[in-house]
Design a protein around this ligand. Structure first.
Ligand code: IMP
Length: 430
């Protein structure tokens, strides 16, 4: 029995949803600890595709309690739509619990997200998902946010909104030349959300702590990815929360001493959406092939993802800042059929070799990848039953990654279905 964190090691979209779904089948409780509906998890069960943005992937198992932790920002309309969609497919959401302390995304957050992006120059544009995530976290830190506990209390909601809306309207009208938002209209809309979500709201820190105390399997589900982390990511081209493993403690109301393991999730190559440097990015037919075979289009926005070779410098960094116990390597099948495959082992910067991920974006922008080139393998890995069933070149590729990053590869994924998963080491230790 263990508590473990699943975290993305790249720029998001690593396939965490599939790993969380697989591990959730052995869990008692699954907690989402940061981010919002900027994230999208795709889970495929029996050919049916579930796209989840806020509800933890564990919802598909009736025995799992699903928690939206205090570190998450919740757009109530999106959450209610997701609940309705799950129920329409016959999935019960009875076990869902939302922390009283989650921050609520308000209409002005979405508006400001878009307006701030539009006002940035091409060079400075972050390429946000436009869901109001950044502005909502800004209000949290500025102590002007509206929390779930306020949303479900009409009087508190009114008081908070009366206190903060005038400043937002000044910003909207005087800086951005937009019409002001109507207090009564927002109140009317959000009161309904509060009523509909009230039954789900709880002191979730107590629930998580109790499950850990009772020795149950608890899974902390990270969204986005290490390089999108507000502290450790490619700042300023990051999201506004802490996807790295440390965020699991602050974002769910538990202490770091109760976390047993951290499983990192990486694609067998690299992708990125939005702006910012990406040393191993491919602009040729190999990049296009990866995008098409890997279906590399955003779950949340539908945007085509930028694709490139695997970057072991990034993964070594992810091992360090997350304290990774092991790695789950996703989409290995996407690379099959290529004559050779490459792994970036270090960066070349102005004649110097860098082994560590640089903090400076200016340096990172100029980094050129130093590649190890390995033989590719033929097609046909999607149906193999175990790791030993993979072609020798594919096994060599996986082993080389483990050596380069200093963490063992515990899981290899060769397709979207649950059955297409090769487990070398059970994360929950069964
Ligand atoms: P925001 O989170 O909408 O503020 O966007 C900030 C940056 O993070 C943008 O480059 C987004 O494309 C990126 N981003 C946020 N969430 C995800 C994700 O789940 N996968 C990939 N990129 C993401």
């Amino acid at each position: 029995m263990a508590s473990l964190v699943v975290v993305g090691t790249q720029w998001g979209d690593e396939g965490k949803g599939k790993i969380v779904d697989m591990l959730a089948s052995q869990a008692h409780l699954v907690v989402r600890y940061q981010g919002g509906n900027n994230a999208g998890h795709t889970v495929v069960v029996g050919g049916e595709v579930f796209k989840l943005h806020l509800v933890p992937a564990g919802i598909l198992y009736p025995q799992v309690t699903c928690v939206i932790g205090n570190g998450v920002v919740v757009d109530p309309q999106v959450l209610l739509d997701e609940i309705a969609q799950l129920e329409a497919k016959g999935v019960s959401v009875k076990s869902l619990r939302i922390s009283e302390k989650t921050q609520v995304i308000m209409p002005y957050h979405r508006l400001l997200d878009r307006l701030e992006e539009e006002s940035r120059s091409d060079k400075e544009r972050i390429g946000t998902t436009g869901r109001g995530i950044g502005p909502c976290y800004v209000d949290k830190v500025a102590r002007t946010g509206i929390r779930m506990i306020d949303l479900v209390d009409p009087q508190a909601l009114k008081e908070r909104l009366e206190a903060f809306l005038p400043a937002k309207n000044k910003l909207l009208t005087q800086v951005y030349g937009q019409p002001p938002l109507e207090l009564e209209a927002i109140l009317a809309e959000y009161r309904v959300y509060g009523e509909r979500l009230r039954a789900f709201v709880a002191d979730t820190s107590v629930l998580v702590a109790a499950a850990i105390r009772e020795g149950r399997n608890v899974l902390f589900e990270g969204a986005n990815g290490t390089l999108l982390d507000i502290d450790h990511g490619t700042y300023p081209f990051v999201t506004s929360s802490s996807p790295t493993a440390g965020g699991a403690a602050t974002g769910s109301g538990i202490g770091p001493t109760v976390i047993d393991k951290v499983v990192g999730v990486a694609k067998a190559y690299t992708t990125r959406v939005g702006q910012g440097p990406f040393p191993t990015e491919l602009f040729d037919e190999v990049g296009d092939r990866i995008r098409e075979r890997g279906k590399e289009y955003g779950t949340t926005t539908g945007r085509p993802r930028r694709c490139g070779w695997l970057d072991a410098v990034i993964l070594r960094y992810a091992v360090r800042v997350n304290g990774l116990s092991s790695l789950a390597l996703m989409h290995l099948d996407t690379l099959e059929g290529l004559p050779t495959v490459k792994i970036c082992t270090a960066y070349r910067y102005r004649g110097q070799i860098l082994q560590e991920f640089p903090a400076s974006l200016k340096v990172f922008q100029e980094c050129e990848p130093v590649y190890a080139e390995l033989p590719g393998w033929p097609e046909g890995t999607t149906q193999v039953a175990g790791f030993e069933g993979l072609p020798a070149q594919a096994r060599a590729y996986v082993r080389r990654i483990g050596e380069l990053i200093g963490a063992g590869v515990g899981i290899v994924s060769v397709g979207r279905e649950r059955s297409q998963t090769l487990v070398l080491e059970e994360p929950f230790g069964k």
